[in-house]
Design a protein around this ligand. Structure first.
Ligand code: GLA
Length: 743
């Protein structure tokens, strides 16, 4: 790892593992993107900016400056002065003029990596000298009095490059930011593919690959959260790139609100990647002396396809983003009562579940929605965070103490950012809801969003949660957020500042979770938003795990978890075994398969255990044992995708390999049975080719019992290049997990 300035060449070279990121200063003032890829180590690479080709640089050919601006590969493009592609920055002056031109002024190379105030940010290992380095480039628009600082960080143990930017108004008049995106990267690419993640409620983060085409292709959100629908991620890939081969360039946004991720193919066969806060509905007033800090973008290059890209993201997030003390700890196996009871529960019912759960080895009871106010359906009481003593006679402490006495920990659900029209809070403070005066706000799940741009609302929300947490020994919180924003107006922000509400709201969420982690450092926090609508790197900074999706069907989960694991370590994916027929899709899958699929995440149960058959309860006992055995490997290991049901429509397979390659775990799901076939040959990945591995069958379909593979020993090379012959399985939705142990 290192950052160097090559003065003669006017180049900054950031090295991270086998990757380098090179920035050039063209014509003494324009900050250009030179290269992001495999390490070259050639000081003459600045020619890639093409500043010696027609139409030359402005100092030599001022009359064609516009052509220069429109083809120059910018590191941070600005609007209105010759670059007609979409840009990062658009600023309106007090007089109403738009246009901005940034000139390079100087640089700093810093040890480590500074935090971003008020925002989640990637960090260096605490106190580890040499763990990371940061380059800051100062640029200025003299006319506006605007300073722009571009920041790039690299780490000793990662090939990722983390970027952000901050704006400082050094003039004496306010500036109006109409676009303030975090990063831009211009690359030569005549043809390639664009990869994004798309979905919907109960169908989050499905991978979507399409050819890059002339013009703009983008995913975005202006829902007030990152959303189920689009994900703040994009990657461009070589046409032939796949799981293990080909070049991939990816960007992922460390932010939880409105975003845009765009690929724009230009007239000159280059592609511009842009990422940042969505300019739609955004305007920020930057008064003299004020600073605006943009969220970070994680940039990853892989020369070995998507698999390596995933592993770079996973290691960066585990090593440099998730702060929770639970990161490397075993998470408790929990049972959540949502799908078991919905709103229809009381202390006795919860204790009944807890007693049976304890018998089978489950470690925590989580009480979901419906314990407060007068909430018996999803139509009221949000905002009134007082325990409903009709359901919980004797109060919360009484319940928690009894659960603890059984030997289980206790967790609780909140949806603190919301208010129901039918609530005491709304009746007393309607102005605390986000709304446009004179317009009846749009309801969604019969609720409104609280105005977190307002400090007193943030304090109220914080105290509502903290007061409950102080009242009983609660180990876990599920922090939910069940609607997207509309009627984006604030009774608190003045006329000029309404365009700031979306972003100020997100800053409010971050402040709340920061305060929570400070006062309750041992709390296990799981974020959630109608399932996985706020599964993003921003939230991971506060919680080590996020509920992946309300869809707990084992088959639906295959695509959801594949798309999620494309970027996120398995230790972050909230996954539970639920009852069948599944409540979302009505599908019936074997209990074992549900367990195997949930084992690729944080693992837990979401069902009424008291209603299960004895056989199913015995399976829970088995799964609990498996979880204890495999949890460290799943949490800490390297993830490999072997096959995708999304692509082949028949089966899914993934693998986790210990960092020292001493152990691996493969999960195979036969989604649909086929006629006329024998065994299936699966080629493993990531093993030590020279080592010998013993197969331990850990979860077998009954039909396969006679064909047990346990005890076989094979060389890693055989398993990876030759392959494992997996016996035929009868029926749909069957699964097997196999553990490989180095002998
Ligand atoms: C959201 C969550 C669910 C559950 C309900 C409760 O939909 O994703 O898991 O907590 O809210 O209302």
């Amino acid at each position: 790892m290192g950052i160097e300035y090559l003065e003669r060449e006017g180049l900054f070279r950031l090295a991270a593992g086998n990757v380098e990121y090179v920035i050039g200063i063209a014509d003494g003032k324009y900050v250009g993107h030179v290269y992001f890829g495999k390490r070259m180590g050639d000081n003459r690479c600045g020619c890639l900016m093409r500043t010696e080709e027609a139409p030359f640089v402005p100092s030599k050919n001022l009359r064609e400056k516009c052509s220069f601006a429109d083809m120059f590969p910018a590191e941070y493009s600005s609007w209105g002065v010759g670059d007609y592609r979409d840009s990062c920055l658009n600023v309106r002056s007090e007089e109403g003029f738009r246009g901005c031109e940034l000139h390079y002024e100087g640089y700093r190379i810093l040890e480590g990596k500074p935090k971003l105030p008020g925002l989640p940010s990637v960090f260096c290992g605490e106190g580890e000298a040499g763990a990371g380095m940061t380059l800051e480039l100062d640029c200025r628009d003299k006319v506006l009095g605007l300073k722009v600082v571009l920041r790039y960080s690299v780490f000793a143990d990662s090939e990722a490059v983390v970027r952000s930017a901050r704006l400082v108004n050094e003039g004496d008049k306010p500036l109006y930011l109409e676009r303030a995106l975090s990063a831009c990267m211009d690359m030569d690419m005549e043809e390639g593919d664009l990869l994004t993640l798309a979905g919907s409620w109960a169908r989050e983060r499905h991978m979507v690959r399409r050819p890059l085409a002339f013009g703009k292709q983008m995913v975005s959100s202006f829902r007030g959260e990152s959303g189920h629908q689009d994900h703040p991620f994009l990657a461009v890939m070589e046409r032939g790139a796949g799981q293990d081969q080909g070049e991939v360039w990816a960007m992922h946004f460390v932010y939880s609100g409105n975003f845009v991720a765009e690929a724009q193919v230009s007239q000159f066969g280059s592609v511009r990647l842009l990422m940042g806060i969505n300019p739609e509905g955004f305007e920020w007033v930057l008064k003299p002396g004020e600073v605006f800090v943009m969220p970070e973008v994680v940039c990853v290059y892989s020369d070995e396809g998507l698999g390596k890209m995933s592993r770079i993201f996973h290691d960066l997030y585990r090593g440099h983003l998730i702060r929770s003390p639970y990161l490397h700890r075993k998470r408790p196996i929990l049972i959540n009562n949502w799908e078991a009871t919905y709103f229809d529960f009381d202390t006795e019912k919860l204790l009944e579940i807890a007693r049976e759960a304890k018998k089978r080895g489950i470690e925590m009871l989580v009480m979901d929605d419906g314990w407060f106010g007068d909430r018996n359906i999803d139509e009221g009481s949000l905002g009134d965070w007082e325990v409903n003593e009709k359901k919980l006679p004797g109060g919360l402490l009484h319940l928690v103490e009894q659960v603890k006495a059984l030997g289980l920990d206790f967790g609780i659900w909140f949806e603190p950012e919301m208010v129901s029209p039918d609530s005491k809070l709304y009746r007393t403070r309607p102005d605390w809801a986000i709304h446009i005066p004179g317009r009846e706000p749009v309801q969604s799940r019969a609720q409104y969003v609280l105005d977190l741009s307002r400090p007193e609302v943030v304090d109220y929300v914080y105290e509502s949660v903290a007061r409950i947490l102080r009242s009983a020994p609660i180990s876990y919180v599920k922090w939910d957020m069940n609607r997207q924003m509309t009627d984006v107006g604030s009774a608190f922000l003045g006329r000029e500042h309404q365009g700031e509400l979306f972003h100020r709201y997100v800053l409010g969420v971050y402040e709340l979770q920061e305060r929570l982690m400070k006062e309750f450092p041992e709390l296990l926090l799981e974020n959630c938003a109608s399932g996985g609508a706020r599964f993003d790197p921003g939230m991971l900074y506060y919680s080590p795990q996020i509920w992946c999706s309300d869809d707990t069907d084992a088959v639906e989960r295959l695509a959801i978890q594949e798309g999620t694991a494309l970027l996120y370590p398995l230790s972050t994916m909230g996954a539970h075994v639920s009852a069948c027929p599944n409540h979302i899709v009505g599908r019936v899958t074997p209990f074992q398969t549900r367990g195997h699929v949930a084992m690729a995440g944080t693992f837990g149960y979401e069902l009424d255990i008291t209603k299960l058959s004895e056989e199913e309860k015995l399976q829970i006992e088995e799964q609990v044992k498996m979880y204890h055995r495999f949890q460290p490997l799943v949490r800490e290991g390297d993830y490999y995708r072997i096959a995708s049901w999304r692509e082949n429509h028949r089966y899914d397979c993934w693998q986790v390999v210990a960092k020292d390659k001493g152990e691996a775990l493969m999960t195979y799901v036969q989604v649909l049975a086929e006629p006329n076939w024998h065994s299936r040959r699966l080629r493993l990945k990531g093993l030590d080719p020279e080592a010998e591995y013993r197969l331990e069958e850990v979860g077998t379909c009954q039909e396969m019992a006679g064909k047990a593979m346990a005890g076989q020993v094979h060389k890693g090379a055989f398993l990876m290049y030759g392959g494992l012959l997996l016996p035929r399985m009868e029926g749909d939705f069957r699964s097997i997990m196999i553990r490989f142990v180095r002998v």
